[in-house]
Write a protein that binds this ligand. Structure first.
Ligand SMILES: CC(C)(COP(=O)(O)OP(=O)(O)OC[C@H]1O[C@@H](n2cnc3c(N)ncnc32)[C@H](O)[C@@H]1OP(=O)(O)O)[C@@H](O)C(=O)NCCC(=O)NCCS
Length: 148
C-alpha cells in the first residue's frame, strides 16, 4: 500500500491477494460484517473511495480500478418516516469479475456486478449489472459497444 492509504472501520475485514496495489490517498472502509476482497495483480488507483459498509466488495484478478473511483456497496432506506434515514442501511454487494478496466472517476452503486473483461468508460455512474466483454459509459451507464 502506498503513502496516505487509509483503511477505516475494521481493517481485519480487508483481504488483498498477492500483488494487489493500493495507490496514494485511497480510502477503504468496511464495517464489522463487511468485506473487501482484492484479487491477484489488481489495483485501486489514487484517491479512490471503496466503501463496503456491512456488505461485500469483491475485486477479481487483473482488475484496474483507476483513480478517483467510488465503489459504494450500500445505501439507506428513505421511505421510512419512523427511523432517521442515517440509521437505516440497504444491502448491495459489488462484484468486479476478472480482467475489468474501470476508468477514472467512475461511481459503482450497490448491487452491481461487472462482467469478465468489461470496460467502464471514464466518468460513468454504473447503476445496473454490466455483461462480460462490453464497454459501458455515461450516466447512467449504457453499453457503448461490444468488445470483439
Ligand atoms: C471507453 C474508452 C476505453 C474508449 O474506448 P474506445 O474503444 O477507444 O472507444 P471510442 O473512443 O471509439 O468511443 C466509442 C464511443 O464511446 C464514447 N465514449 C468514449 N469514452 C466515453 C466516456 N468516458 N463516457 C461516455 N462516452 C464515451 C465516444 O464518444 C464514442 O461515441 P460515438 O460512437 O457516439 O462517437 C475510453 O474513452 C475511456 O474512458 N478510457 C478510460 C481512461 C482512463 O480512465 N484511464 C485511467 C488510467 S488507467
Amino acid at each position: 500500500m502506498n503513502r496516505g492509504v487509509k483503511i477505516i472501520g475494521n481493517p481485519k475485514r480487508v483481504y488483498l491477494d498477492d500483488n494487489f496495489r493500493v495507490w496514494e490517498n485511497a480510502i477503504l472502509y468496511t464495517g464489522d460484517k463487511g468485506k473487501i476482497i482484492g484479487g491477484k495483480n489488481s489495483l485501486i488507483g489514487v484517491d479512490c473511495f471503496i466503501n463496503s459498509g456491512n456488505n461485500t466488495i469483491k475485486i477479481g484478478d487483473g482488475v484496474a480500478v483507476s483513480s478517483h473511483c467510488r465503489l459504494i456497496a450500500y445505501s439507506h432506506h428513505y421511505t421510512r418516516e419512523d427511523i432517521p434515514v442515517i440509521f437505516t442501511a440497504t444491502e448491495g454487494d459489488i462484484t468486479i469479475e476478472d480482467n475489468v478496466l474501470i476508468g477514472s472517476g467512475v461511481t459503482i452503486l450497490p448491487g452491481v456486478t461487472i462482467g469478465y473483461g468489461a470496460v467502464v468508460a471514464a466518468g460513468a455512474v454504473v447503476t445496473q449489472d454490466v455483461p462480460r466483454r462490453v464497454i459501458v459509459g455515461g450516466i447512467p451507464a449504457k453499453i457503448i459497444k461490444t468488445i470483439e
